[in-house]
Write a protein that binds this ligand. Structure first.
Ligand SMILES: Cc1cc2nc3c(=O)[nH]c(=O)nc-3n(C[C@H](O)[C@H](O)[C@H](O)COP(=O)(O)OP(=O)(O)OC[C@H]3O[C@@H](n4cnc5c(N)ncnc54)[C@H](O)[C@@H]3O)c2cc1C
Length: 378
């Protein structure tokens, strides 16, 4: 077995690891991505993802990252030289009662306070103007026109290809087996192809990240979740432009370029005991479908064509851990994306690559793993 040496080793070639590798390679640094399968294959999150590109409703700790990412998405296909099925169709959060409409009015104030100045409150008539076939009971909506959607598999592969064009190396079908340490410093990774020495190691292994930190005796405060998605048969015609969700239902609904509806919103399956797969739950499938039909009746004219889950680590405060892991020199985390890492992946890659060269940006401050010590106390 050979021994390799790089400046940065990234564990995991999903959308986060690949965005990061792209940004590191563009800095002219040597970077190797070690990926146990291939990026964006089942049941990884970047394979399963709904691909929503949403700033509206973001946690304040992600606000600056979301703004940076949203500004970048419209030109990302040209930058990466790939068709990622990106569409800036907006994001619509609907209310179904007067009480929910009042909730949305304060929500819109909060969005504006976070700097999301495009977000406005729409009347029922304005919602119907935007989405004529929206359910009759919709009373109001919060609307962000600059949000949208993209294809997560195409996006992951586009970042990986662009990273390689800029000189990044990818070892697919190669598992990282253990972090290699000297004293309190991580100096490399034992992989299925041998030991790789690295000045910096970034853990971006999604749902499986704790298997690597466990080799240091550290279990990050994250839970494994199997987020469910449904895809319908293809409707003729593009009737739905924005991504639609609802104040009081678990729902995220969008229409794909081929006319199929894509349904998600937080319904859960069950990860298998070996964390390699998942089991669907009929109740969750029925619930997700019913929520979509109730909000956008044209969905009811279709059938469910496919159901699947993606495995993702959800941190206990539901925002990711991005940055150095206290107590371990040389080790950085980009984990715990909690069901909403896709939209901000371009900004995570950029800001983390800057941090690695000693240029920390305020965008990542709220996601620092330093908060883990506090979280453990709750
Ligand atoms: C069903 C679903 C819907 C979602 N919808 C949205 C959405 O609409 N909008 C949004 O912004 N976000 C969404 N998300 C979240 C988003 O997709 C994820 O946050 C994002 O894809 C995480 O990317 P990742 O690279 O961290 O993880 P992953 O894509 O899971 O990548 C981790 C990679 O690490 C590899 N790996 C693991 N262990 C090892 C090892 N030991 N050695 C080598 N490689 C290893 C895996 O094979 C995998 O490829 C959704 C997630 C799911 C599951």
């Amino acid at each position: 077995m050979s021994e390799t040496s790089v400046e940065v080793l990234v564990i995991g070639g999903g959308v986060i690891g690949s965005s990061l590798a792209y940004h590191i390679a563009r800095q002219g640094r040597t970077v190797l991505v070690v990926e146990q399968a291939e990026g964006a294959t089942a049941p990884a999150a970047s394979w399963a993802s709904a691909g929503g590109v949403r700033r509206q409703g973001r946690h304040p700790a992600e606000a600056m990252l979301a703004s940076e990412a949203i500004a970048r998405w419209p030109t990302l296909e040209a930058e990466l030289e790939a068709d990622m099925h990106y569409r800036q169709g907006g994001n619509l959060l609907v209310a179904e009662t007067e009480a929910e409409a009042e909730q949305l009015a304060s929500f819109v104030h909060e969005q504006q306070a976070n700097g999301f100045t495009d977000v406005t409150l729409l009347t029922a008539a304005e919602v119907r103007n935007l989405v004529p076939e929206i359910a009759m009971q919709v009373t109001a909506a919060s609307y962000s026109p600059i949000d949208g959607q993209a294809d997560p598999i195409r996006t992951t592969r586009a970042f990986a290809a662009a990273a390689q064009r800029h000189g990044a190396a990818y070892w697919n079908a190669t598992a990282a087996l253990a972090l290699h340490v000297q004293g309190r410093r991580v100096v490399g990774v034992q992989t299925a192809r041998g030991l790789v020495l690295a000045e910096q190691v970034v853990l971006a292994a999604g749902a499986w990240s704790n298997q690597l930190t466990d080799t240091l005796g550290i279990h990050l405060p994250m839970h494994l979740k199997a987020f469910q998605m449904l895809r319908s048969s293809s409707a003729t015609g593009q009737t739905l432009r924005p991504v639609v969700s609802a104040v009081n239902r678990l729902l995220s609904l969008k229409q794909l370029p081929d006319g199929a509806f894509l349904l998600g919103g937080g319904w859960l399956g069950e990860p298998t005991a070996d964390h390699r797969s998942y089991q669907l739950k009929q109740q969750a499938i029925d619930g997700n479908w019913a929520a979509a039909c109730a909000i956008y009746p044209p969905v009811a004219q279709q059938q469910i064509a496919r159901a699947w889950c993606g495995l993702e680590a959800e941190s206990i405060d539901e925002i990711p851990f991005v940055g150095p892991l206290s107590g371990w020199e040389g080790l950085f985390l980009a984990v715990g994306f909690s069901g909403h890492g896709f939209a901000i992946a371009p900004a995570i890659g950029h800001n983390l690559a800057e941090l690695l060269i000693g240029n920390p940006t305020p965008e990542l401050a709220g996601l620092s793993p330093a908060r883990i010590a506090t979280l453990h106390r709750h």
